[in-house]
Design a protein around this ligand. Structure first.
Ligand code: BTN
Length: 318
């Protein structure tokens, strides 16, 4: 299926004869495969007599070879899947095996993509970036302070490099553009929290998604913001370069060195918010974040700190 899609990726017309020749199958077999593509992957294919087949819109497929090569330069192994339950789940399996780490897991689609607070992450075929990096962390989870916030910073820098100047953060690590979510980060940990553990850095970026009735919050994508289909390989490589630099900086200097930069890119800085943690709702003004990445709120004249996990933040009055 992948080879056929690769031939059609450009969105131009290709005759059934040419496709059959390239795949070494008959024209009717091509037609059958295309019907399968439509049914299994939800990708629309047009058939026009005398011209052949074309996709309803161009695709950007993951380029296995180029991605492996690029990540080798960073010292990361790279595994690319056509379909996976969740790249975070797969990265967790990789981390718990004897595989070489760091290891980046990418997929064309996820059937059980997971978001924060038990939410589902919508992951249509070849539209967005489903990215999970498995890392070994010596020294336990205390070495992770502020890491998820730094990952958000790497995503924002990447989006700005790609031309989305207004991309910013919402604590702890949502990435928003014009009040809509463009990307999200989910860190998961496996192993001994006091000693050697593995961290899975999961990142979902809406790249070429233009419509979806399944996303349960206001959202946008790179293609919607920039008006053009984006190369997902380019997005993945730019993200990896930024993330790799932040990971090295975090190991050397900790989150404290990036705190000010993070606060500058925090879109809700100085605003009145309501923070929900379980059944408790706290109202306050966002002062910023601490050296450990906790949210600092001014609550009734006093400064209080809140840590990530299962908390959520809303603008007051929304
Ligand atoms: C959020 O809720 O904002 C976090 C979303 C994280 C989604 C990404 S997509 C790649 C990786 N695999 C998953 O199952 N989740 C993360």
């Amino acid at each position: 299926m992948h080879t056929l899609l690769k031939l059609l990726e450009d969105g131009a017309f290709h005759s059934g004869e040419d496709l059959g020749l390239a795949l070494g199958v008959s024209r009717s077999a091509v037609w059958k495969k295309l019907q399968q593509v439509q049914a299994d992957l939800g990708i629309e294919v047009y058939k026009v007599r005398g011209r052949g087949y074309r996709l309803a819109s161009p695709l950007s497929l993951l380029d296995d070879e180029a991605l492996r090569r690029e990540h080798m330069g960073l010292g990361w192994a790279c595994r690319i899947h056509e379909t996976i339950d969740s790249t975070n789940a797969e990265a967790m399996r990789v981390a718990n095996s004897d595989a070489e780490l760091p290891c980046l897991v990418l997929a064309e689609q996820q059937t059980a993509g997971r978001g924060r607070r038990g939410r589902h992450w919508v992951s249509p075929f070849a539209e967005n970036l489903y990215y999970s990096l498995a890392l070994r962390m010596d020294g336990g989870t205390r070495r992770l302070d502020g890491l998820s916030l730094l990952v958000g910073l790497a995503v924002v820098d990447t989006l700005r490099e790609l031309g989305i100047d207004t991309a910013g953060l919402k604590w702890p690590n949502d990435i928003l553009v014009g009040g809509k979510k463009l990307a999200g980060v989910l860190l998961e940990i496996t192993g001994d929290p006091a000693n050697v553990c593995h961290v899975i850095i999961g990142i979902g970026i809406n790249v070429n998604m233009r419509e979806s009735s399944n996303v349960d919050q206001p959202w946008t994508s790179l293609a919607l913001e920039l008006g053009l289909v984006q190369d997902r390989n380019k997005v993945a490589c730019a993200l990896s370069r930024n993330l790799s630099a932040y990971l090295a900086g975090h190991q050397e200097k900790g989150f404290a060195a990036y705190r000010r930069d993070w606060e500058e890119k925090h879109l809700w800085q100085g605003l009145v918010v309501a923070l929900t943690a379980g059944a408790t709702i706290t109202q306050g003004v966002v002062l910023g974040v601490g050296d450990d990445g906790a949210l600092r709120l001014k609550v009734g004249g006093r400064e209080e700190h809140f840590s990530g996990g299962e908390v959520s933040l809303r603008l007051q009055g929304n």
